[in-house]
Design a protein around this ligand. Structure first.
Ligand code: SAH
Length: 272
């Protein structure tokens, strides 16, 4: 992909970015509306307006504290928004096959949401979803709360806490139809953090890189202990991500998730 561009700075951005920022990076970025339509997730005008506000607020707050390493408008749209939206065709196809399509009020939890990814773009594209974003970092949760209010989103909330603790809390455990988590942990630990939130019959969609064979092997062993089965991973329509899909088949044993830090430091499914 061509990452060199001579395009002039749009007026809205002039003076807004530090002089060292390379901008824009892509000549060939068609804009979020076209790109999203191109992967089968067309966005209505309200969604596009919300994404523009999200992008601008993310750029603004990223200058004040560490929210995401991606600090360039096109890259935010491409690598954060579009990547998240690319889950939707996969979610739709998986749920259709299971005979339980998304409906108004379907409950989704996004673990380790950071600046909202992928949960918040999913909420913007499908406002009928009921979305809970969880993060262990207070500043990020404060940003998410600001964002939810600024975008005027109903049926969305951000909770400050650790998945290890919230996953043992009856208010959250086994209460969700869908779970997502991106860039939070390797698969075995991630499954322990995520699957306790899923109701039996629910699905987790976990975007990963392309080289996941080893993670998948240990992930499969962990899945057995957690009451989920791994379906064959699906390539994202954006091309550089494989989406691991887990389906909850039985209640997760009460022992999981283990105490804070243990899922990552002693992952299930290590060894034979
Ligand atoms: N999902 C976002 C952020 C990834 S960074 C994205 O793709 O951009 C990982 C985030 O997970 C951080 O914000 C961190 O605070 C959070 N996190 C890590 N372990 C966690 C845990 N056990 N419970 C809740 N949040 C966690």
């Amino acid at each position: 992909m061509n990452r060199v561009s001579a395009a002039p700075l749009p007026p809205a951005m002039a003076g807004a970015a530090p002089a060292t920022d390379a901008f824009p990076t892509d000549n060939d970025w068609p804009g979020l509306a076209l790109a999203a339509a191109g992967i089968g997730t067309p966005l209505d005008p309200l969604a596009l307006e919300r994404f523009a506000r999200y992008r601008d607020l993310l750029l603004e707050r990223s200058r004040q504290f560490n929210l995401t390493a991606i600090r360039e408008p096109n890259a935010i749209e491409q690598r954060l928004f579009l990547d998240a939206l690319a889950l939707l065709p996969v979610i739709d196809a998986t749920l259709a096959r299971a005979g339980a399509p998304l409906h108004a009020g379907s409950r989704l939890i996004d673990i380790g949401s950071g600046a909202g990814f992928p949960g918040l773009p999913l909420k913007i594209a499908r406002p009928g979803l009921d979305v809970t974003l969880v993060d262990a970092t207070g500043k990020k949760v404060a940003f998410l709360q600001e964002l939810i209010a600024a975008l005027g989103l109903d049926g969305a909330r951000a909770i400050h806490g650790r998945a290890e603790e919230l996953g043992q809390d009856r208010a959250h455990r086994e209460r969700f139809d869908l779970a997502t988590a991106r860039a939070v942990a390797a698969l075995p630990a991630l499954l322990e953090l995520v699957t306790p939130f899923l109701d039996v019959g629910g699905f987790a969609f976990l975007p990963k890189g392309l080289a996941i064979e080893q993670e998948l092997r240990s992930g499969k062993r962990a899945a057995k202990k957690l009451g989920v089965e791994l379906l064959p991973p699906v390539d994202s329509p954006t091309g550089d991500t494989r989406i691991v899909i887990a389906r909850k088949t039985t209640l997760t044993p009460k022992a999981y998730p283990r105490r804070t830090g243990i899922p990552v430091h002693s992952p299930l499914g290590q060894g034979a």
